[in-house]
Structures are given as structure tokens and as C-alpha cells.
Design a protein around this ligand. Structure first.
Ligand code: SF4
Ligand code: SF4
Length: 445
């Protein structure tokens, strides 16, 4: 840490204070070359230096060195205008670990600059009340499902009530909740043939409720590939949303629980089908590095984490026997393409499906604007990126858009509905599952 930053950190004035101080070493790795700028979605929308990775790193440096305060409006605006999509990190020739910088900068803001009371209450209810407890999360998802299926949603939309309370746009972003949740209780899925691999399924919070069928498809596809799949109980939300929102301590609580849920399992991989969760789980070692009780255990769990597409391509894939006669285009989740650098496996799996035609859309790896709760906190930029993504997808002749993250799938569904073109949005494993079920490959028991 520089002398200026040290003095700022140890004072109550401007600057950062331990823990979770944005790393000087990372800040100083940036050589200001600007190669990341064309890959940054906010820079491409706004063409302003402060809205670029280089501009944001300079703002973090300015706070670290006491030139501006942590409560400076431009600093706070830019730390939250950033999508944390990490496209800049993936192309940076100097290897700047930008994600760590912005996440710790947000943690600093959350600790130093109090939010209005209503925001504190709402954030506590959401991040601790719901995402902090899977039983509560499922109960809330059940209420949402009742709202969606009982006619209340139709009524609220038809009467203009949602418009009246300023919730019309936000309500449209709600996921359609699945009929049956996937509740991890230690259940297993076994292959019809011999067991060749043993893996654990990370079920997720949004995935296991809004997209529970994707979790079930994931287990079936793994079983069709010789895997015995176990869904350990007491797993929960991965904490990614908390990390992105600057709530590192709350996120770490959830990480410790997941470490305990997965560490004793005799499995070769912990398979994840949500890109955002996978990216966070792979970083547990780093995020819990300062916890003497959990650091090594978290690193051991993180080392086993694999995105489902990455895992399936690492084993001898059972060729799907059935045909899926569809033209699809693939939207790359940022936390798969940039944070995990998994770009080829989803395409490889799609190309392995007989009858399926994959066509590429323009800018497939540019953020769709979902980015955790970005569509709630930055609705205008999020909508601009959503429209851009949907335009590119609709410019192809695809009849289905494929992705690998629940946030992206939701954002695409909302964008397509907005455009009046509600074509299908699916996860890669749903199409693989269709192909296995339509064919003669051994099915899961
Ligand atoms: S973050 Fe990397 S690519 Fe961007 S300006 Fe700095 S060194 Fe260049
Ligand atoms: S994380 Fe994404 S939005 Fe943020 S600076 Fe990097 S490229 Fe831009």
C-alpha cells in the first residue's frame, strides 16, 4: 500500500480502511493502455472515460491516495454503474484483476457511506432475510408463484395498479416460478449403466426455484454420462449477489455454510449450472483467504468446482441419440466467458446435438445488462444493454436463444417480451436433456 493510502486508511478521513482494501498491487498493474475500453459495455454505451475500466481504476486510485473522498458522488456512481461483468479483465494484457478491485471498492462504500434507512431495510430483507435462508427463499418463491398463477398478477397488470406504484417495469423482470422446486436433501441420481464418476450438484437459489427444471435436466444429463449425482442438504445461496453488492461479510457467511455442505463429499467435481454461482464458488479460496478456520477448506472446495458445460467436455461425452431440430444462438454469460474463461464448451455441447444448428449472434459475449441486481439499480443502462442483446439475437434466424445463467435467461425473456417476440430461451443442458430423452442413450433412473 502506498504511504498516502496507508495514512488515509488509518485515519477517519478520505481513503480506504481495512479489511477488504482495494489492492495497491492490482491498481498499479494497470498501465493505462486502454485496450479494455472497447470491451466495456458501459463505455460502449456512454463513451465517457469515467465509465470505462481505466477510468474506474483511476477513481479507485484517487480514493486510495486521498485525492477524493470515498463519499465522492462520481466514485460512488461509477463503482455501481460498473456491471462487474469482467470483460475488461479477460482482455487486459497486464492481467489486472479488476473484479477484486470493484468488489472491494463497493465493500468500502457500504461500510463508510450509510444508505437511506429504507434502502438499508430493503437490502437487509433481501440479502439476509431471503438469500440468507433457503427455507425462507423457497417460501417467498412459493408466494410469488401463487401471485403469478392465481390471477392476481393478471389483475394487477390489467388494473394499472403496478404502474400506479411505479413497479410496472420491475414486476416484468420477475422470474416465472417453476411448479416444483428442487430441494437438495441428499438425493442421488444414478446412471442406468455403470457408475464412472461421482459428482455433487450445486442447486443454487434462483435456479432451484425459478428454473428448477434446469437443475433436474442437469442431473439427468450428468447421469446419462455415467455420473452418480448427489445434491447435498444444507447447501444454499453461493453469496455472489452479496459480493457484487459490497456485502462481503454477509456473503462470507453463506460461503462458510457451503464449504461445510460440500467439503466432506467424496466427489470428483462440484457441478454448477449457473455461471454467476460458478464464478463465485471458484473464488471461495480467495474470498475466505483471511479466515484461518476456513481458508484451506474453502480453497479445497473451490478447486473442485466446474461449470456443467466445462465438466461434460472434460469427460467422455455420451453422444446424444435423439435429434433436436432447432436453430439456436448462444448468449455468453459474462461470468462464464470472462470470469471463468469458459467459451468453447457450451458451443461444443450444442454442436454435439444431432439436428441442432448453432448460429452466432453479434457481440455474444457483451453483457446483457442483467448483472445480479443491476436491472433494479441501473434500470436505464440495463434496458439499453438488454435491447442491444435482443436486437443481435433477433437478427439471426434462431428460434431459441441459449444461455447458461438464470440472470441472463430472465433478462433475455424480459427483452424478448418487450420486443413482442417471445421466442424460447433455454439453458444448454435443457437442449442436451431433450436430445438424450429423445434418443436411445441410457436414461437416468
Ligand atoms: S485495465 Fe488493463 S487493458 Fe485496461 S487500461 Fe489498464 S492495463 Fe490497459
Ligand atoms: S467489469 Fe464490465 S462494466 Fe465494469 S469496467 Fe469492466 S468491462 Fe466495464
Amino acid at each position: 500500500m502506498s504511504a498516502a493510502a496507508e495514512s488515509a486508511a488509518s485515519s477517519n478521513g478520505p481513503g480506504f480502511a481495512a479489511p477488504d482494501v482495494p489492492s495497491d498491487a492490482i491498481i498499479n498493474t494497470c498501465v493505462h493502455c486502454g485496450l479494455c475500453l472497447p470491451n466495456c459495455p458501459t463505455y460502449r454505451e456512454l463513451y465517457r472515460e469515467p465509465s470505462s475500466p481505466r477510468g474506474r481504476i483511476q477513481l479507485i486510485r484517487n480514493v486510495a491516495e486521498g485525492r477524493i473522498g470515498i463519499d465522492s458522488p462520481i466514485f460512488r456512481e461509477q463503482m455501481y454503474q460498473c456491471l462487474d461483468c469482467r470483460a475488461c479483465e479477460a482482455v487486459c494484457p497486464s492481467g489486472v484483476q479488476y473484479g477484486q478491485l470493484v468488489e472491494t471498492a463497493r465493500a468500502q462504500i457500504e461500510r463508510a457511506v450509510p444508505r437511506p434507512i429504507w434502502q438499508r431495510v430493503l437490502r437487509r430483507l433481501a440479502f439476509q432475510g431471503l438469500f440468507g435462508s433457503m427455507p425462507r427463499f423457497r417460501a417467498f418463491a412459493g408466494l410469488l408463484r401463487f401471485y403469478q398463477r392465481s390471477g392476481l398478477q393478471r389483475l394487477a397488470r390489467a388494473t394499472g395498479l403496478l404502474r400506479l406504484v411505479g413497479m410496472e417495469q420491475r414486476e416484468r423482470m420477475l422470474p416465472a416460478i417453476d411448479s416444483e422446486f428442487l430441494v437438495p436433501r441428499g438425493q442421488t441420481w444414478t446412471p442406468a449403466g455403470p457408475v464412472e464418476h461421482r459428482v455433487a450438484l450445486f442447486a443454487g437459489c434462483v435456479m432451484s426455484t425459478a428454473y428448477a427444471e434446469v437443475d433436474r435436466a442437469t442431473a439427468r444429463v450428468l447421469a446419462a454420462n455415467g455420473c452418480e449425482v448427489v445434491a447435498p442438504p444444507s447447501q444454499g445461496c453461493c453469496g455472489a449477489l452479496h459480493v457484487h453488492a459490497g456485502l462481503l461479510d454477509d456473503g462470507r457467511e453463506l460461503m462458510r455454510r457451503n464449504v461445510e455442505a460440500f467439503e466432506a463429499l467424496d466427489v470428483e467435481a462440484i457441478v454448477v449450472n449457473a455461471a454467476g454461482c460458478g464464478a463465485a464458488l471458484k473464488e471461495y479460496g480467495h474470498l475466505l483467504a483471511d479466515d484461518p478456520t476456513y481458508a484451506a477448506r474453502a480453497a479445497a472446495v473451490a478447486a473442485k468446482v466446474k461449470d456443467v458445460t466445462e465438466y461434460l467436455c472434460s469427460i467422455d461425452l455420451t453422444p446424444p441419440g435423439g435429434r433436436v431440430e432447432q436453430t439456436v444462438t448462444y448468449q455468453e454469460p459474462c461470468h462464464l466467458a470472462h470470469a471463468q474463461r469458459v467459451k468453447t464448451p457450451p458451443r461444443q455441447l450444442l454442436r454435439a446435438i444431432p439436428g441442432l444448428r448453432l448460429v452466432e449472434m453479434a457481440e455474444s459475449d457483451l453483457c446483457c445488462g442483467s448483472a445480479g441486481i443491476y436491472n433494479l439499480t441501473q434500470p436505464e443502462l440495463s434496458a439499453a444493454l438488454r435491447r442491444r442483446k435482443v436486437e443481435h439475437a433477433l437478427a439471426t434466424d434462431a428460434t431459441t436463444i441459449v444461455s447458461a445463467n438464470p440472470g441472463c435467461m430472465l433478462q433475455l425473456q424480459a427483452g424478448l417480451a418487450e420486443a413482442g417476440r417471445p421466442i424460447a430461451v433455454k439453458h444448454v443442458v435443457e437442449l442436451l436433456d431433450e436430445a438424450y430423452r429423445a434418443g436411445s442413450a441410457p436414461a437416468a433412473k
